[in-house]
Design a protein around this ligand. Structure first.
Ligand code: GLU
Ligand code: MG
Length: 451
């Protein structure tokens, strides 16, 4: 969409019946928070920002508030500045438009804990080395009934058909059609949609784009799915685990790295056409996965999902098209490698803040690009079927373990910066306390409708 001035946007939105604009950011707990302005106030918001307390950096999933070294308490103010280039009219929420924000201080300097600014900063740093990245978040969700049938907060699937079954498409035909129509109207390029494995689970994938736009797009698509679900009397859950013991909702990220117009994961002399830099980046990513988990699988329920043999891929290993390897190399159909080759990071779920994930992946890959790192041997089987002493290491088994890994990771620590790192670690630790002693059923029930 061509760039428009705030005045042009205001006129256009008013003319198309848009009454208000939702300004969203995603907090460290993975919750999309919002302030809204009437359309007539958008110009003012674009010029001066909208006030918001920095304390939201230490909000937890249940809306309790913790504190951190740099951020906490009731004092202070930030300004939410809408990124009008990303503004979309919400096709499934009549009268509404949406735009992501960057959070600035009152002196107009970037708030050091702004997650979207972090992702932008990492992209800019990579550009200094001539590197650029393309990313796409897969979106898995559970669609459930509401009302008396769902008995309050229970997860009652809105369809009965089998996994990947056409029956589910027929059962939910109007719902899926309305979703695809809304996304098309919003200019979201959808690659595909399918019914997923777990009861009531669906999946949508969108085209790759730059990392910040990919994160924006994830927020937009999630809120569109939520709105379409509601219009159909249904409810969507993006939570890592909806029903304990069943397959959970992943939010896998596909990424490729580019230098001078060339995909570094294709056309090189290495295994599967990897270039030296491409392999070094993948090796760096593989090594960093345990620490990344505190960002990509950032909640207590994340670890109910991250278990073997559910394609959640809880092993620190890589493999071409291995869906139990946390780093899955995708080379594409013969002939398409130059554009299609990418790596899928599978240890990502719906409770993750996509800006933190995007920024962290770019930071890790950029730091590794020129280190000449080599990938360890590929894992070509389901790791769980190997004798225990031959299995690759498991990724963290709890949020506490992941937090420990992130706490000692220099690359991510430096990239995030102390205020953001301290705030997100504080949230993780507070959520560990929050769910202490709770059963998987209690954890799932408490988080099911939050993300
Ligand atoms: N639902 C699985 C997960 O938890 C992923 C299934 C797939 O590979 O698409 O990540
Ligand atoms: Mg899937």
């Amino acid at each position: 969409m061509a760039a428009r001035s705030p005045q042009e946007w205001t006129a256009e939105l008013a003319a198309t019946g848009v009454n208000a604009v939702a300004l969203t950011w995603v907090d460290n707990a993975g919750i999309t928070r919002v302030k809204t302005v009437p359309t007539a106030r958008l110009e003012h918001a674009a010029r001066w920002g909208v006030g918001m307390s920095p304390v939201f950096d230490v909000f937890c999933v249940d809306d309790s508030i913790t504190t951190s070294t740099h951020i906490g308490g009731p004092v202070g103010d930030l300004r939410l500045f809408p990124d009008l280039d990303a503004l979309r009219v919400l096709a499934a929420l009549p009268g509404w438009a949406w735009t992501p924000v960057n959070r600035l201080r009152q002196d107009r300097r970037t708030h050091p804990a702004c997650q979207r600014s972090f992702a932008q900063r990492m992209v800019q740093l990579a550009e200094v080395d001539g590197l650029s990245f393309r990313m796409a978040f897969e979106i898995e969700w559970f669609v459930g009934l509401t009302g008396p049938e769902a008995d309050g907060g229970d997860a009652v699937p809105a369809c009965q058909g089998p996994a990947y079954g056409m029956t589910r498409v027929v059962e939910l035909g109007a719902y899926v059609r309305d979703l695809l129509a809304a996304l098309a109207e919003q200019g979201v390029p959808v690659d595909q949609f399918h019914p997923e494995y777990a009861a009531g689970q669906l999946e949508l994938s969108t085209a790759a784009t730059d990392p910040v736009s990919a994160a924006d797009r994830l927020v937009l698509v999630r809120e569109t799915i939520r709105a379409v679900s509601q219009a159909h009397g249904l409810r969507a859950s993006f939570a890592p685990v909806v029903v304990p013991g069943a397959v959970g909702n992943g939010g896998h990220v596909h990424l490729s790295a580019w230098l001078s117009g060339h995909n570094l994961l294709a056309g090189g002399p290495g295994r599967y056409g990897l270039t030296g830099r491409g392999e070094s980046m993948l090796a760096g990513l593989l090594a960093a996965l345990p620490a990344l988990c505190a960002i990509s699988a950032p909640s207590v329920p994340s670890y109910l999902r991250l278990v073997p043999q559910r394609w959640a891929a809880p092993y620190q290993c890589w493999g071409r098209e291995n869906r139990e390897a946390a780093l899955r190399l995708v080379t594409g159909t013969e002939g398409s490698q130059a554009t299609a080759a990418n790596a899928e990071v599978k240890c990502v779920d719906g409770s993750a803040n996509p800006y933190l994930v995007a920024g962290a992946l770019v930071a890790i890959a950029t730091a590794a690009a020129d280190r000449g790192l080599k990938l360890p041997p590929e894992v070509t089987v389901d790791p769980a079927t190997l004798p225990p002493d031959e299995q690759p290491p498991r990724l963290p088994r709890s949020l506490t373990d992941a937090v420990r890994e992130l706490d000692r990771d220099d690359v991510l620590g430096t990239a995030l910066g102390e205020p953001l790192l301290a705030a997100l670690l504080a949230v993780r630790r507070a959520e560990v306390e929050l769910f202490k002693g709770q059963t998987p059923e209690q954890v799932a029930a408490a988080s099911r409708w939050k993300y």
